[in-house]
Ligand binder design. Structure first.
Ligand SMILES: NC(=O)c1ccc[n+]([C@@H]2O[C@H](COP(=O)([O-])OP(=O)(O)OC[C@H]3O[C@@H](n4cnc5c(N)ncnc54)[C@H](O)[C@@H]3O)[C@@H](O)[C@H]2O)c1
Length: 327
């Protein structure tokens, strides 16, 4: 394709392999121009995804190539410096969540994108998951009066709420609308760096109320959201089903093969939709649904929840998050 977008990808771990890389290779308007890899031999990864070139650093890739967009898919410790470098080099950026390790860092990146006229999108993929999008649509512009979002797992991790429950904080903001005015929150567990979970109640300036639960001592993995308002109830069991009930009746959409083909989590969790949305914004220069500025608001609310619950708002000195991925 003559006006193909020349794309660079930094990091090819767990999420890149599930989400962005398999989506990018389906686009015939994308050139897989540059892989940035810290592997001593990146050749097999480069070959697997059809990259034209591989580089050991983002700086080397930017020096060697004219790129339109870069995907930063590394651990969060790397997001700030890499996103800033790419934006200042005049390249649009898709960065995985969280955009930075602090809300102030995220704010600086959103401002850098603005100043440089760049598109910046953050990986809050749930907003593109068909089940969450359908539930959100059912409340229109007004939003939901009440929203309860839960992401529960068997097993904690370093800064579990910050790393993981962040998706639910973003969804509650998106569903309720308005700006948060009051936050009550409690953390559970002895270890503030690896908590057993969190619960938070958020009151928004439009009168709406959100509740976030992120239990990390649950018996299993689940993710669900219930929202109410305007004589509508929406209930999501992610990523499998959404039920919408109004006085006149109930509709149920299930992401079964019969209804949705043989889709994987790449589609059902909204990862593919997020990539397509970003590339569309790179082309039309519109504001992404989860722009840098939107992501800052989610991170500011998350930081407030952490503060109120007594959890740390910055990294533990000397400790870095690492993925649970096997490879
Ligand atoms: N949206 C979601 O639902 C979701 C799910 C999982 C992870 N994530 C986010 O995705 C990001 C990556 O997580 P992951 O699970 O894929 O981690 P991972 O450890 O599996 O992969 C990280 C990749 O980054 C590379 N990398 C690390 N430092 C680098 C550097 N300095 N230069 C170049 N490459 C470097 C690693 O080699 C690896 O390929 C994190 O920010 C995480 O929060 C998002």
């Amino acid at each position: 394709m003559s006006n193909a977008l020349r794309v660079g990808v930094v990091g090819h771990g767990n999420i890149a392999t599930i989400a962005q890389l398999p989506t990018l290779v389906t686009r015939d308007d994308v050139e897989m121009a540059a892989l940035v890899s810290i592997l001593p031999d990146p050749e097999p990864v480069k070959r697997r995804w059809g990259f034209q070139n591989a580089y050991p650093t983002l700086e080397a890739a930017l020096d060697a190539q004219e790129l339109d967009a870069v995907f930063i898919l590394t651990p969060r410790s790397e997001h700030l410096a890499m996103t800033k470098t790419a934006l200042e080099a005049g390249v649009d950026v898709f960065c995985e969540k969280p955009l930075a390790t602090t809300a102030a860092g995220a704010q600086m990146l959103a401002e850098t994108a603005e100043k440089n006229g760049r598109i910046l999108q953050v990986g809050f993929n749930r907003r593109f998951a068909p089940v969450y999008a359908a539930a959100h649509d059912s409340f229109g512009e007004t939003g939901a009066s009440f929203c309860v979002a839960q992401k529960n797992r068997a097993g904690s991790e370093y800064r579990a709420t910050f790393e993981n429950a962040i998706h639910m904080v973003d969804l509650v903001r998106w569903f309720c609308g308005g700006e948060p005015v009051e936050v009550t929150a409690y953390a559970a567990g002895e270890d503030k760096w690896q908590e057993d979970g969190i619960s938070a109640l958020i009151h928004f300036d439009n009168g709406h109320t959100g509740v976030v639960v992120g239990a990390r001592n649950a018996g299993g993995w689940n993710e669900r959201l219930d929202a109410y308002g305007q004589m509508t109830s929406a209930s999501v069991v992610a990523p499998d089903s959404v039920t919408i009930t109004r006085p006149e009746g109930t509709s149920l959409r299930e992401m079964t093969p019969e209804n949705f083909g043989w889709a994987t989590a790449t589609e059902t969790m909204g990862f593919a939709g997020a990539v397509h949305h970003f590339l569309d914004r790179v082309r039309d220069r519109g504001v992404p649904l989860v722009s840098g500025a939107e992501a800052v608001k989610t991170q500011q609310l998350l930081e407030r929840i952490l503060e109120v619950s007594g959890l740390p708002t910055d990294e533990q000195p000397g400790r870095v998050w690492s993925s649970h991925a096997k490879k």
